[in-house]
Every structure is written in structure tokens, then in C-alpha cells.
Unconditional design. Structure first.
Length: 247
């Protein structure tokens, strides 16, 4: 264990059959104590494959609850298992699992409470095949969010994160959205908690098997994250109070 810390990697999965084994093959098993996968009612063979592979816990939703709800199940179980550090990694092989030691080390040594695997730092996103419209939207959203939330992050939308479990326990993430804005709400909650947030450059792979939301849902997501940032701004300045930030 890294500095006697219990490290759990959580994989929020949905139709990840084609990429799951590749993702698992690059997770450093000598460092990670447990791997936990939650399947959000996939229509492929993700569950069957997960049970055959080197995964310590396979949790199954009996209905499709959403990306945020998937993460809630992951984090609740990881905290129940007394994790000190929780790494959330999409099992679609879009992000590099080999960065787990570096991310965990930054959290373990108290440098950061939350480390984001950024696709934007180092221009890895475009080189890795991120669609240009998504890259432009990412940059615009991030600029607006940084202004509204007083941060200097390169992106808020990565599916690769390393959490200090001590901070995660103090945040009512169960009250967050069950959809994709869950990630942004969690970052905003960490900001409100005055947690130390850092980033590490992450090579990114976009191919036909990588998960992605369509254009219509991307637009809805964009408005959703802007609303999260506005709520954060209003709540922090005590103009309005929002339950997601009452803790």
C-alpha cells in the first residue's frame, strides 16, 4: 500500500465489454488494494466479463439509474470498505490507468485532496482524437466555470479522478444529480469545502469503443454544468441557498 493507505479503484461501467479487459490490464495491481465495478444495467456482456476478470467487487444495478447514480454506488461501497484513497476511472480505456500511482501519491502526501486527470494539459485531447466540437465546447465551458467559481482548472469534465476519502466522506454526494452533471457538482462541493485541487496531464484515447454522449445530450450537459457553477456562485456569496451545498 502507498504510505499505508488503502487504495480502491472504482469503475462506473455501462456497456464496457469491449474495453474493460484492456483497462484492467494497465491498473497497477501491486499498488491497488481493491477494484470495484458497478454496472448500470448494461445491454452487453459487461457483467459476465467482469465476473471472470480480476475484479474484487462487482455491483449490479437492476435498472439504468444514470452516470451519477453509478458513481454514488461506487463511492458508497468504497467508503464502506474503508478506503483512504478512491480513484474513479472510466472503464472505456479512454484514460491511462498507468497514471494511478502518480495521482495517488499526490493525494497520499497531502499535496492535493482531489487530483483530476486532465485531457487538456499538454494538448493530449486533440492528439488522442477528441472531436473538435467537444474540445471547443470544453474550453468555453471551462473558461466560464473558472470565472464563476474562482478556479484555474484546465477542465472540469474528465472521467479520471483521485479523491482523498476523508474529504469525500464529508460531502453529501448522495444528494447530487444521477446524471452527468454529478461530476461537476462534486468538484463544486470540493471547492466549497476549500479542498486542494490539482491536475495531472493524461494521454487520452478516442476510438469507436470509447463511451461518449451524443450532441443533444452534450448541449443539455453544457447548460447543466453552467447552472451548477451559477448555483455555486450564488450560494458562496449567500445570495441563495442550495441543498447540494448545505453541509
Amino acid at each position: 500500500m502507498l504510505h499505508n493507505k488503502k487504495i480502491i479503484v472504482v469503475l462506473p461501467a455501462y456497456n464496457a465489454e469491449k474495453t474493460l479487459e484492456k483497462t484492467l490490464s494497465e491498473i497497477p495491481k501491486d499498488l491497488v488494494d481493491d477494484i470495484l465495478l458497478t454496472d448500470d444495467y448494461s445491454i452487453d456482456n459487461t457483467v459476465e466479463l467482469a465476473k471472470k476478470l480480476d475484479i474484487d467487487y462487482v455491483l449490479i444495478h437492476t435498472e439504468n439509474k444514470g452516470y451519477g447514480a453509478n458513481q454514488k454506488t461506487c463511492y458508497e461501497k468504497a467508503l464502506e470498505l474503508n478506503a483512504d484513497i478512491i480513484v474513479m476511472l472510466h472503464p472505456d480505456y479512454q484514460y491511462a490507468p498507468k497514471l494511478i500511482p502518480s495521482m495517488c501519491d499526490l493525494v497520499s502526501n497531502g499535496v492535493y485532496d482531489l487530483v483530476l486527470g486532465s485531457r487538456i494539459l499538454g494538448e493530449g485531447a486533440l492528439r488522442g482524437g477528441m472531436p473538435i466540437y467537444k474540445y471547443i465546447a470544453n474550453r468555453i465551458l471551462t473558461l466560464i466555470q473558472n470565472i464563476m467559481m474562482g478556479q484555474k482548472l484546465s477542465e472540469y469534465h474528465t472521467g479520471y479522478r483521485c479523491y482523498n476519502a476523508y474529504f469525500l466522506k464529508q460531502i453529501p454526494f448522495q444528494n447530487n444529480s444521477n446524471d452527468f452533471v454529478f461530476d461537476n457538482e462534486l468538484i463544486a462541493q470540493f471547492c466549497l469545502k476549500k479542498a486542494k485541487i490539482g491536475e495531472i496531464s493524461c494521454p487520452t484515447k478516442y476510438d469507436k469503443d470509447s463511451s461518449s454522449i451524443n450532441f443533444t445530450r452534450s448541449v443539455a450537459y453544457g447548460f447543466g454544468v453552467l447552472w451548477v457553477s451559477l448555483k455555486y456562485l450564488l450560494h458562496k456569496n449567500k445570495i441563495f441557498s442550495f441543498s447540494v451545498f448545505n453541509f
